[in-house]
Design a protein around this ligand. Structure first.
Ligand SMILES: Nc1ncnc2c1ncn2[C@@H]1O[C@H](COP(=O)(O)OP(=O)(O)O)[C@@H](O)[C@H]1O
Ligand SMILES: [Mg+2]
Length: 330
């Protein structure tokens, strides 16, 4: 079921078009991601979906109903976690959560109980009686997410949840997001980290200069990417010694980046591994590793948007390097 539907959504600031007629929907229970560089229109879109910004044109439906802001129902259903925290510097962790609960009209004992539950779930017990201003950046972000969840919303909007956070906290936050997903919360998140989108999101929209340029499940986005098959061998000897012989034996394969003890082989059709391994073994080059290279979302993104990776990853990378890696960097 579609929980949110955005139709031809547009936002203009004076003459400048920040969001240029985007169409997308968010299915109930999924993690849907907006992936795009700084200034693409991600925050502006979140603000329009959640009623924080006026919509210039188009419409947003919440559970099939045209959504106009200030509706009590939308407030109850939505949890919002802005990129910059909106919590009170002087209040401690518990007070901040309880204050947010009060804004949602929760009863005193109800919000206190929920606050304790969230402090525990987020590993923030230590922060419960510290003023917010004394928190580390990572703790601040975690409490801000907890605050967005105080009223147990159906759908959580997370604006760049791991940006500017150190690796350990970013990891905790991604795992909290996965846990929420497992419990059935619908999540809309924005990010400029390709690997993060690939790892967390079921469906992703690439957004560039206010427009969605591609949208789909990770598998759909990958489709058509694997134009050729790539296999990398790590050998116990020098490949160049057998290169000529290799080319004669396997004329259909193309050799790229053949180093001394490694070689990358490309082929338009799929590989039969055994003859390759046999070829190397017969020539005294034991095969230490054979790795089939799969395309990564990174390649798809660069391909579709033409945006260089450095441009996307500028700022502090929040990944810890366990994600899938694609073809060796050129
Ligand atoms: N209040 C505003 N007034 C004028 N321009 C704005 C305002 N907010 C955002 N913009 C512009 O709209 C574009 C999209 O911004 P934003 O939605 O914040 O992008 P993102 O969140 O993807 O980085 C940017 O070019 C930004 O400078
Ligand atoms: Mg933003």
């Amino acid at each position: 079921m579609k929980i949110i539907e955005a139709e031809n959504l547009k936002k203009k600031y004076n003459g400048f078009t920040a969001v240029d007629g985007v169409n997308f929907h968010i299915n109930q229970g999924e993690i849907f991601g907006f992936l795009g560089p700084n200034g693409a229109g991600k925050t502006t879109t979140i603000n329009m979906l959640t009623g924080l910004a006026h919509i210039t044109a188009g419409s947003v439906k919440l559970l099939g109903e045209e959504y106009t802001r200030n509706t009590r129902r939308a407030q109850v259903l939505m949890g919002i976690v802005p990129d910059e925290s909106n919590l009170y510097e002087e209040l401690d962790g518990r007070e901040n959560l309880c204050f947010c609960g009060a804004l949602y009209g929760m009863r005193k004992e109800q919000r206190e109980e929920r606050a304790e539950q969230l402090l525990e779930q987020f590993g923030l017990q230590e922060a419960a009686s510290k003023p917010f201003k004394a928190f580390s950046k990572g703790m601040k972000r975690k409490l801000t997410i907890a605050a967005g969840l105080i009223h147990e919303p159906e759908i959580l909007f997370l604006d760049e949840p791991t940006t500017g956070i150190d690796v350990a906290f970013a990891r905790q936050i991604r795992s909290l997001i996965t846990d929420l997903h497992k419990k059935g919360t619908t999540i809309f998140l924005t990010t400029h980290y390709i690997e993060e989108a690939e790892r967390l999101c079921e469906r992703i929209a690439f957004i560039v200069q206010g427009k969605i340029v591609r949208e789909g499940t990770v598998a759909e986005l990958m489709q058509g990417m694997q134009k050729e098959n790539i296999i990398n061998f790590t050998l116990g000897g020098d490949f160049s010694a057998v290169e000529t012989k290799f080319k004669n034996t396997f004329p259909d394969y193309e050799i790229k980046s053949g180093g001394d003890s490694s070689v990358s082989i490309h082929s338009p059709s799929s590989f039969t591994l055994l003859p390759l391994v046999q070829f190397f073994e017969d020539r005294g080059l034991p095969v230490f590793e054979a790795k089939i290279v799969r395309p990564s979302l990174e390649e798809v993104f660069v391909n579709v948007t033409g945006i260089e990776l450095q441009k996307m990853q500028s700022g502090q990378p929040a990944m810890n390097g366990h994600g899938r890696k694609g073809v060796a960097k050129k």
